[in-house]
Write a protein that binds this ligand. Structure first.
Ligand code: 2U9
Length: 336
């Protein structure tokens, strides 16, 4: 029996297995139920008891040796066959293609950064609002055209529930629940019942700002907006303020920045005026402060508001506002 053990060992060692068919034959010959090792175990039963211990050990060692050899051939063949089929499962996975940020998000985040450096925090509020927070609390007279169904999307009438037309509604909520100092910006989506064209859309994004404290003046407003404009459009940017009117601010102004294309010399983008209008602003009307229980004899404040799409169109020279809402990857992938 010892000779048969040695013979099987030598034979097994001389095998050269290069294919899965060869490996299967190897398994059948040595390791299957009717294979040489099973026969060896069968014959072992006839071995006299005094030799059983020593021979049993050798048979077991041989079986372990042949099984290990079979497993290592198998692993080697699996590896070469996956390589041959062009599929190497040990390769790292394909990297997932990353998208890019939406241009509106890029500008909004830039604004967060700029205003956070001078102490403004961010607040958000609901898109579906009531009349008080969008109109009455902001000093809009009863007959103001914005309250018209042609200008605002109403969800229900009496009580009036509507889609906010500006994020000023969030400011009203903040003032109702906090006493000054308040220094915050308010980003968000707003809705206006307007025909969609290259220049206007029924949905757009705003960032508004509010600063209420003792002794806040128009000079503070002007300096804040100059700092913001230089940070956003570059250090050579100049601003100018033109008188305007809004129900919630008094005095009110519209602000232009020197043209981002020609730097103020005059070009087709600024229609040879040298300036581009980017936002509205003003000192908060005392009636608006009082409506939210802020003492207008003690506190003053400024506010401003701008459309993010308009700023993005100027900064990136986008000619049509509709691009921002179409989710066309050819447009969106240009912004990094
Ligand atoms: C409170 C008090 C005052 C926010 C302001 C503007 C001027 C303004 C427009 C710019 C372009 C809206 O996106 S746009 O159409 N906004 O001109 N917004 S002052 O004033 C406030 C807001 C809240 C309590």
């Amino acid at each position: 029996m010892i000779d048969r053990i040695n013979l099987i060992k030598t034979e097994v060692d001389s095998n050269q297995i290069t294919s899965s068919e060869g490996l299967e034959q190897f398994r059948i010959k040595y390791l299957s139920k009717k294979g040489l090792l099973s026969q060896l175990f069968e014959d072992f039963k006839q071995v006299p008891n005094e030799h059983k211990k020593q021979l049993g050990q050798q048979v077991n060692v041989l079986k372990q040796y042949v099984t290990n050899l079979y497993e290592s051939y198998k692993t080697q063949l699996d590896f070469t066959s996956t390589k041959e089929s062009g599929q190497d499962f040990s390769m790292p996975a394909e990297p997932i293609k990353l998208g890019s940020r939406h241009p509106i998000s890029i500008i909004r985040r830039e604004m967060y950064d700029i205003f956070s450096r001078i102490g403004f925090t961010v607040a958000e509020g609901p898109e579906i609002e009531d009349d008080w927070h969008v109109f009455s609390g902001l000093n809009f007279p009863e007959e103001h055209p914005a309250r018209d169904m042609q200008d605002t999307f109403f969800i229900s009438k009496g009580p009036d529930i509507l889609l906010r037309t500006h994020t000023s509604s969030v400011q009203v909520r903040v003032m109702e629940n906090n006493q000054p100092p308040i220094r915050q910006i308010f980003p968000g989506r707003v809705f206006r019942n307007e025909a969609i064209s290259a220049r206007s859309h029924c949905i757009f994004h705003q960032v508004e700002g509010l600063y209420i404290d003792t002794n806040v003046s128009f000079a503070d407003l002007k300096q804040t907006l100059l700092y913001f404009s230089k940070e956003l459009f570059g250090p050579k940017t100049e601003i100018r303020l033109r008188p305007s009117f809004f129900p919630f601010t008094e005095p009110s102004a519209e602000m232009d920045v020197s043209c981002t294309i020609c730097g103020g010399k005059g070009c087709t983008v600024c229609k040879y005026t040298g300036y581009l209008e980017i936002l509205g602003c003003g000192m908060i009307d005392p009636a608006v402060l009082e409506a939210s229980n802020i003492d207008s004899t003690k506190y003053t404040g400024f506010a401003f508001g701008m459309g993010i799409e308009r700023i993005a169109m100027l900064k990136y020279q986008v000619k049509d506002i509709r691009y921002f809402f179409e989710n066309d990857i050819r447009f969106l992938s240009q912004f990094k």
